[in-house]
Structure formats: C-alpha cells, structure tokens
Design a protein. Structure first.
Length: 330
C-alpha cells in the first residue's frame, strides 16, 4: 500500500490528557503496511503447539508468558480497613486477574524500548507481563492482551475475537487456521497464507496485529455499559473510546459491611509500557483503592475519566469454569 493513503483501520494519533493540562504527544509508531503484516513468518514449527489447559491451580501454567514473579496482586495489595475482597466465581476473569503476578517492590515502569517511564509517581505496583518490543501494547491493547490470555488459559480460545476499528472482526481461530487479514478496499479480508499453527509465538503475533488495528474506539463498542457503576466488578473497564481515548481495567474489588465497594485499577499507557496498578491521587486514606460511585469524575494520575464510563465484557460463552477451579479465588 502506498504511504500516505488514508486507512480507516489504523488508529488516529493519540493525545495524552492529564488532569491539569492537555499535552500534545507525537503519533504512535507507524504500523506495518497491511501487505507486510499479513505475511508474518510461521513460527509454529519452532514453538510447538500450546500445552493442554492447566489442571486448575494458580499459578501453574495459567499465565502463559512465564512470569518470574511469585507475588500476586491479591498477596501484595490488601483491601482497606473495614473491607473484604469480593467473592468471585472460580475460573472467572476477575479471579484470574486477582492472581496476576506482580513484580517485587515498586520498580520503575519500563517502556517497550527498555527505557524507563518519566512519570514515576503514578503507579503502586508493576504487573509482571511483557510489553513487547514495539510501541503497540498501550491502554486498550493491554486490556485486550489480558482478556485474550485469560481465555487462552481457560480453554476458551474459540472465544478470542476482537474487532478492528473498522468493525471487521479478528478471531484467533482464523489466524490459528493459517488465515491472515489483508487490506482490500479499506476492509480486512482474511486469506489463507500460512500453515495452521497454534504456537504461543503465533498467538503473540496475532495480538500485535489486533493492537495495531484496534483501540479504545473499537473496544468500547464491544463492551456493555454497567447500569450502576457502584456495582463494579473485577474485569470491568472504565473506557472512553475515541481519538484520543483511554481505558483502565478494574483488577480487583472489595466490599464493606454496608455494601459499599472499592476497586483497584491497572493501565497500560503510551508509549507502550508495562501494565501497572495505579495509585489513587485523591483519596490517601484508601490509596491505591478507589471508591465506587454512581456518577462523577474518576481522577486517575494520568487521565480524568468518569464513573459513568464503566463497561463490562460479555459473559463467557464457553462457561465458567471450564478448566480452572476454586483455587483461582485464593
């Protein structure tokens, strides 16, 4: 494709909006031309097939990117005084998020190129998951990554499908079968160009393509608004889709005896960087937790959102649990 041609699939440059000011940033890294990204080399022979679904306990095999950390989100971050973590369904997305591996201490957040993020006061903890070597895994991408990893680990790979900004669906099953998306008349057309393969390296290449052509605008359309944000649950997403847009993921929630809820937020950001648990810059008494409210501003360290922007993934069609057990909720 000639450079300079308008392609609706490609994201518009993002603009970082801070709480105090709007600061223009440069555009994200130039995406690969569709004619190129449709021809990624087949890595299945090198990586082999994915192992069978795990026996059902955290952390053995549930986090396929092989994190080195042994601490989990739940073990590292206790709920505020007077609150207890919400009971979660074994094998659910929320239970899986609660067991995410977290790096020891409070290390600086690394960017995709190995350098450190300049803002060093926005995070409480760093999730132990790779960010890749390209400027792709940003905010919505990080959420897509975790959702896809969860479905893969749960034996629900057939449910992994995300839409490009154009509205064209990108199911993992088509990529796994050997098809690749090619741009024709500004639409994604799937064509058989590779041998079938379900290796983890191939899965990560699939996600890189999704990151390139999806974003907050497309993800927001795939999620369902939550009628009352006071009923926030782990796995929900505060998202404001657009160009620019931003999304943060609810990774845990707790309740007090009155039924009031608090929650933890994690984000990826731009440029692509390690996903991290956010501090609460407005409520030191419960930091890093946030109070659930029906309406009003949701002030995070690097973005001003709103409680009304809370959305939820559809219920898992594959059923919960398929492979995980009650050990998942510990």
């Amino acid at each position: 494709m000639p450079r300079g041609r308008s392609v609706p699939l490609r994201r518009a440059p993002l603009v970082v909006v801070s709480i105090l000011a709007s600061v223009a940033q440069g555009p994200r890294i130039e995406a690969p031309e569709p004619a190129v990204y449709g021809r990624f080399p087949d890595v299945t022979a090198r990586s082999g097939p994915l192992p069978p679904p795990p026996g059902g306990t955290f952390p053995d095999g549930v986090y396929r990117w092989n994190p080195a950390s042994t601490s989990t989100l739940a073990s590292r971050i206790p709920p505020p005084a007077g609150f207890r973590r919400r009971a979660l369904t074994a094998g659910s997305f929320g239970a899986w998020l609660r067991g995410l591996p977290v790096r020891e201490g409070r290390p600086d957040v690394r960017l995709h190129d190995g350098s450190f993020k300049k803002t060093r006061t926005a995070h409480h903890a760093v999730i132990d998951i790779d960010v890749g070597e390209r400027d792709l895994q940003q905010c919505a991408d990080s959420i897509i990554r975790l959702r896809a990893e969860y479905l893969l680990a749960s034996g629900c790979a057939d449910e992994i499908v995300f839409n490009f900004t154009s509205g064209d669906p990108a199911p993992w099953t088509r990529w796994e079968s050997g098809e690749r998306p090619i741009i024709e008349d500004n639409r994604a057309v799937w064509k058989m160009t590779h041998a079938p393969g379900a290796g983890y390296d191939s899965f990560r290449r699939y996600l890189d393509v999704v990151f390139t052509y999806a974003g907050t605008a497309s993800l927001a359309r795939e999620l369902t608004p939550v009628a009352d944000p006071r009923h926030v649950e782990p796995g929900d997403v505060f998202i404001e889709g657009g160009f620019p847009g931003h999304a943060v993921l609810v990774v845990d929630a707790a309740t007090d005896e009155r039924g009031d809820r608090v929650f933890l937020l994690a984000q990826g950001y731009m440029p692509a960087q390690e996903m991290h648990v956010l501090v609460n810059p407005m409520e030191n008494d419960i930091d890093p937790w946030y109070r659930a409210r029906r309406t009003g501003p949701l002030v995070t360290p690097e973005w001003l959102s709103h409680h009304e922007s809370l959305r939820r993934f559809p219920a898992d069609a594959c059923g919960v649990p398929r492979t995980l057990t009650a050990e998942s909720t510990r």
